[in-house]
Design a protein around this ligand. Sequence first.
Ligand SMILES: *Cc1c(COP(=O)(O)O)cnc(C)c1O
Length: 688
Amino acid sequence: MDLENKPELEIFLEDLPSKAEKVIKKSKKEAPVWTIEDSENLYGIQGWGDPYYSINAAGHVTVSPQGDRGGSLDLWSLVESLRKRNLGLPILIRFSDILADRIERLNACFAKAIARYNYPGIYQGVYPIKCNQQRHIVEAVIRYGKPYQFGLEAGSKPELMIALATLPPQLDRNEKAPKSLIICNGYKDREYLETALLAKRLGHKPIIVIDQLEDLYLVIDISQKLNIKPILGVRAKLNPKDWGQAKTSIGDRSKFGLTIPEILKMVNQLEALEMLDCLKLLHFHVGSQISNITLIKEAMREASQIYIQLVKMGAKMRYLNVGGGLAVDYDGSHTNFYASKNYNMQNYANDIVGAIQEACEQANIAVPTLVSESGRAIAAHQSVLVFDVLSTSDIPYNPPEPLDNKEHLIVKNLWEIYNSISKKNYQESYHDAIQFKEEAISLFNFGYLSLTERARAEKLYWACCHKILEITRHQDYVSDDLEDLEKIMASIYYVNFSVFQSAPESWSLNQLFPIMPIHRLKEKPTERGILADLTCDSDGKIDQFIDLRDVKSVLELHPILSSKKSTINSDGKSEKILTKDSYYLGMFLIGAYQEIMGNLHNLFGDINVVHIAMNPKGYQIESIVRGDTMTEVLSYVQYDGSDLLESMRRYTEAALAEQKITFEEAQRLLDDYEQSLRRYTYLVADSL
Ligand SMILES: *Cc1c(COP(=O)(O)O)cnc(C)c1O
């Protein structure tokens, strides 16, 4: 905070209570009390959070990592206690029990569907590593998935290396018992395939999925040289009628998969080499976040028939791998909107089991073991990003000062509009106000309006906007141009994180995540804001938020409050200083695809990560992974911390010699510099 600005800021803050008072008076008139239920509805937490996230009686977000089967914790208190451990915000909090619960749930849903349809086969899922490759998470998936023989899916060579070294091989198991699978997808070269084949000798069960014909020739060659029989799968390109938004992953032109003529060619080739018995798995993947269950049903119908045909042609088929796509309801609307899904996990499992069961029964062939590669549905819920608001910027909305007769005509015109705004003419008034404001700027540009007059005109314009906005908020319908008003008038909340580093999908793919305050939920959120991050990039903002209908362009937030706190000043006297109260926001369901895509933007590094596990007495912190320090981040771009410090030392020596800086100043500068190098790259909210 710039010291020179301090007095002014204090005045501004002294004004704050009156603004808050105004708010309270107003809300008393409109809605007598704001309740927790109001917050639940506003932020839709039951829709997207159930059963893990809810609001408690204190008006804080609570986390129940084991759903309704276990204890819960107060997220706000957790963050406060982490801060006492000197762990700065932003913090990514992962709840490993949620991950465990997701894996259990997925398996339970398939078990239930299998029982319901009397399906004579089993389900054996795999976790696609690309969804979140963090070691802690992959290891936890293996741990929690063990009772279900849950395996891993690798989509690249590095992921295969993770899978082979992390999943314990099962050398001594009898051949009949199911083994966890390693599904080998993606681009493959000789080394990839050799490694995958040799891993069979360790006791792994790698299934090499042919998703380009070239892969086949290479596998045949390598397996003959190594004399190891491969377990092969084939990825089919499907052609469902209802493409929805999954355009990129299906159809003849998608990147991966074989068309029907290519599959036929593969079968013939394998047959000619007497290797058709190696083909055991059929795979398809219609895309991620499939919002509409119809697409999955159609894909299942087509895939079931391909499976049956492969059996009839003599392949020793055993597995049907239905890929990923099981969606997460980010906005909680339970619809086929892209941020939602119109089905639940049980519907998904039922439709898959039901479709293949019926098809196999009709064709009178044995049913396959079912495999799915659900990533998002397993990993999304476990992670919450908590960050604080550093400051806000809003458009002032004090009622304008009364008109002075000598004022410029344009000011008088705007004043007149302001006074006459009503429910009947607000739309017309809005257009007039815009026109006069534009005119005021032209007059200024030609030298006909003083700076003071222009300021007066702009203030009046904003006052008009406020008045009009108040009216539109109570209308059932507002026209498009007025809908933008909410966006134009939104406060900017400057938040302590980098969208690029911590929420890249939100930035690059327009993905929506639930965002809400994690406390003060008994209080009406009277402000409407957008979030701007720490980077200098104008793209570093979030201005789309989940809503039950479509998306909203502003988020309801609370005003930042300040309070007087006593401290001891340098003379040893007790002193009351004004400090801003912390205001914490949470971004939820970000465990899938978010954490890894981050890049170093403006050199904000990795953030602090903590892992929380529940125990019978409450919770415990399993591990803390500290975020990057300045030195670490700088080294990624080849700067050496000690070189930088040395160069600063030289410059201060030179300035000292010239008597441009005092010894105290020089020492302070170097101390600050040196300490910063060891610090977290994010900001520490300061007292004013
Ligand atoms: C990305 C991907 C997945 C995971 O999809 P989710 O929607 O996260 O379940 C599974 N299989 C393949 C082949 C993929 O490319």
